[in-house]
Ligand binder design. Structure first.
Ligand code: FDA
Length: 409
């Protein structure tokens, strides 16, 4: 049987970072992944340019049943640390907006960087290799049963990610291992995902597919805790775009979302003001200055108001109602596009049974969970990769120490 100090299962963002740190820390590390192509999620991320971090990343940008859990790892490995790595590998990058950093050229360069860092740490690659199961042996080692034979290790890091995009290799492996070792899971569901509506409810809007605009969107009738000013995109089945992906992580099934189509404007007051100015303008014409014309016109039609109606001829009540409908468009999604389209999985391994400094299980010494597999879900905008890097580094450093003390015991 082969033996190593540490096995990392899952050669994605978190797993490669963890393996590189552990290998460079002096441990003998094996990195196992079942996918035929390396780090496919990094490759397709950020539209092929990988939004690899966000300068503003902090605990407030993450959802978790245990909101403070991510604080320590994020503070110890920051976006600046990752930028230092990029500099060493001469990878050019730029800031898009709101602290979101992307590669100038291709996300492949991030994969190459991580691979090179693993090679520097003399990490042994086992891929494509599937892990059928994990057991503890009498010598307090973990034994991995793989389709390339058994591997015994002192420390085991689970970095197999979440359930999104099964067609590129996502599995529930992390959750199965967590349960096997007595861990609780926080309910999993697709997040950073487009929202859908029943075909009846969406019929009046389906012709707007392709229209996009900046909105303020909030979850729950009262707005709840999540609220974002970002772009929204109408699709044939519902709503997408960054604003909707963000709010999807906060949205609860059967709850409404509230959209202000004219953020920063008191639409009702401005419509009444325009009327009282004595203007001869048509309502459709005025609204098309504030909103995409297709959207403005569809809205008026749905409310039985002619686009050619003059403001002066519309009752105040109708104008106030129209303004309020733009400012508080309240609608209840019937669901989401699911894991097929979700960028991440919300929920996962319950962090209340993990150490926030090392990511080690409180139930099974030597077992670690990192990256998207755990119940830490970042906003859209580079936050999920920053969590992958930070949790990977924390576990990589800790696993080296654990393996060292296990060896000398
Ligand atoms: P990740 O999913 O990266 O890696 C898990 C690895 O485990 C995979 O290589 C998989 O093959 C392997 N694996 C799974 N089951 C296994 C098993 N049973 N045995 C062996 N191996 C197994 N985030 C961000 O911050 N910026 C961005 O631009 C984007 N863009 C983006 C676009 C799209 C389309 C998606 C789907 C997602 C994003 N994300 C993102 C999210 C980001 O990709 C995600 O949060 C990280 O990749 C999570 O890193 P992990 O290492 O935890 O899992």
């Amino acid at each position: 049987m082969e033996s190593f100090d540490i096995a990392v299962i899952g050669a994605g963002a978190a797993g490669m970072m963890c393996a590189a740190v552990a290998g460079q820390g002096g441990a003998r590390v094996v990195l196992v992944d079942h996918a035929p192509r390396l780090a496919e999620k990094i490759r397709i991320s950020g539209g092929g340019r990988c939004n690899f971090t966000n300068l503003q990343a902090g605990p407030a940008n993450y959802l978790s049943a245990n909101p403070h859990f991510c604080r320590s790892a994020l503070a110890r490995y920051t976006p600046r640390d990752f930028l230092a790595l990029l500099k060493a590998h001469r990878i050019a990058w730029h800031e898009k907006h709101r602290g979101q950093l992307f590669c100038d050229h291709s996300s492949e360069s991030i994969i190459d960087l991580l691979k090179a860092e693993c090679d520097t740490g003399r990490v042994a690659w086992r891929r494509p290799v599937a892990v059928q199961g994990v057991r503890r042996d009498e010598g307090a080692s973990f034994v991995l049963d793989t389709n390339a034979g058994e591997i015994a290790v002192r420390s085991l890091v689970i970095a197999t990610g979440g359930l999104s995009i099964p067609k590129i290799g996502a599995t529930d492996f992390a959750y199965r291992i967590a349960k096997q070792f007595g861990h609780k899971l926080v309910d999993m569901r697709p997040a950073l995902v487009p929202l859908t509506f029943t075909s009846d409810a969406w019929a009046p809007f389906s012709a707007l597919a392709g229209v996009s605009l900046e909105v303020e969107v909030a979850a729950g009738r009262k707005g709840g805790q999540g609220s974002f000013v970002e772009d929204l995109l109408f699709t044939h089945r519902g709503l997408s775009g960054p604003g909707i992906l963000q709010i999807s992580s906060y949205w609860q099934s059967a709850e409404p979302i509230v959209i202000d189509l004219l953020p920063g404007r008191d639409a009702a007051a401005e419509l009444l003001e325009a009327k009282s100015s004595g203007t001869k303008r048509q309502i459709g014409n005025l609204l098309a200055q504030w909103l995409p014309a297709r959207l403005a016109h569809a809205w008026l039609e749905a409310r039985g108001v002619s686009i050619e109606a003059r403001l002066a001829d519309l009752p105040d009540k109708a104008l106030r109602g129209l303004g309020e409908a733009f400012s508080r468009w309240t609608l209840t999604p019937s669901g989401t596009e699911g894991y097929r389209k979700a960028e991440v999985t919300k929920g996962g391994v319950d962090t209340r049974e993990l150490s926030s400094t090392t990511m080690m299980s409180a139930r099974m010494p030597g077992l670690y969970f990192i990256g998207e597999a755990v119940d830490v879900t970042g906003w859209l905008g580079g936050y999920n990769f920053q969590w992958a890097w930070a949790s990977g580094v924390a576990a990589g450093q800790a696993a080296v120490e654990f393996a060292r003390s296990a060896r000398s015991a």
